[in-house]
Design a binder for this molecule. Structure first.
Ligand SMILES: [Mn+2]
Length: 357
């Protein structure tokens, strides 16, 4: 496996690359451009600047997270072809600078959702939390405002203000979209772009919906073993692959994450692994915990063992972290707890791989 660390770019991230360089094992960067509107081509000069900043710090960057998908593609509007052409050009531009994997998601209207971006835990740290009744009490048209207020000025990935200004209109556009239509629109998109991915050797890795269930009457289609299988079946190429996010899928306790990893990993369809732990208090109520198994509800040993057993050679990263030791920053994306996550995951990996010799 190749360890990485998500970084939001020089003007977007409070963590300098020189600090990331000091994390044990020198992780690669999972990077992105956050100043290109969704649907537009990522310009070569911006990609080149991102890659050279990372390389100058002595680090590699081969994963992009995310290149977001325009709503017209998800809805299946006639205008989607223009945005798909743009996406193809972004793939070609990224390939030119050595990018091997693109993480993306296919969630209608909203991206990841939490009810609290900085819930204080018993130990004084704070973390992101999800409580279904709090979410359901929010008028969805106000959700974007609540997220903006809680983000302390940091741009939150997937919550593009320019898109969410038009929430009511967006909901209207999605009114006839059910799970079947959304899946068919994903298939249309994949069948268009996968030949380009094959030609330019860039693998697509869809991220599960977070949380993995339908919300506000909007369909979600990336949430279980069965739904992931439907996506894999849309296009037979290995370039049509998955990001398996442990903390995200496990929010539904019916999802057996190690079994999902073994199933799709042995097919060569997992290109990116997000690993984090959550503490589930009751159905639909969880906090993001530290990575350690005993701090949360997931068995991290079993999750890492599943990757080890399938000889996973793709990219991996600690997912979110809590805010600890007085750190402030973009919710979920501080330095300290994610660096501890890396140290722990590397420890599990070393023990597992040496233990099987
Ligand atoms: Mn994730």
């Amino acid at each position: 496996m190749k360890m990485t660390f998500r970084w939001f770019g020089e003007n977007q991230d409070t963590i300098p690359l020189s600090y990331i360089r000091q994390i044990p094992g020198k992780p690669g960067i999972a990077g992105a451009l956050f100043d290109v509107p969704v649907g537009e081509v990522w310009p070569e000069d911006k990609i080149s600047n991102l890659i050279s900043a990372v390389n100058k710090a002595g680090l590699e960057i081969e994963v992009i997270e995310s290149v977001n998908i325009h709503d017209d593609i998800k809805i299946g509007l006639p205008t989607r072809d223009r945005y798909i052409d743009n996406y193809k050009q972004t793939i070609r531009n990224l390939a030119k600078y050595g990018i091997k994997v693109i993480c993306y998601n296919f969630m209608p209207v909203f991206d990841w959702i939490r009810s609290d971006l900085e819930k204080e835990l018993d130990d004084g740290s704070n973390t992101m939390s999800y409580q279904a009744e709090k979410i359901l009490a929010i008028d969805p048209s106000k959700l974007a405002e609540e997220f903006e207020a809680g983000s302390k000025g940091y741009a939150l990935p997937g919550w593009e203000p320019e898109r969410l200004k038009e929430l009511k209109l967006l909901f209207e556009k999605y009114k006839d979209i059910n799970e079947e239509k959304l899946l068919a629109n994903l298939g249309y998109f994949l069948n268009q772009i996968i030949p380009v991915c094959e030609q330019y050797d860039v693998k697509m890795a869809i991220h599960p919906d977070d949380p993995p269930w339908n919300l506000f009457g909007l369909p979600r289609i990336v949430k279980s073993m069965e739904s992931l299988q439907k996506i894999i079946d849309l296009n037979p190429s290995t370039y049509n692959g998955l990001t398996i996010c442990s903390g995200c899928l496990a929010a539904n306790p019916k999802n057996d994450v190690p079994a999902i990893i073994r199933h799709f990993g042995s097919m060569g369809r997992i290109h990116f692994a997000h690993i984090r732990n959550i503490k589930i208090h009751s159905p639909g109520h969880f906090d993001e915990s530290s990575h350690l198994s005993s701090d949360g509800s997931l068995d991290m040993y079993e999750i890492v063992k599943a990757y080890c057993d399938i000889n996973f050679d793709g990219y991996i990263r600690p997912d979110h972290g809590r805010m600890i030791w007085g750190e402030t920053g973009r919710p979920g994306y501080g330095l300290y707890d994610r660096a501890l996550g890396i140290a722990y995951l590397n420890g599990l990996w070393e023990a597992l791989t040496k233990g099987r010799r």
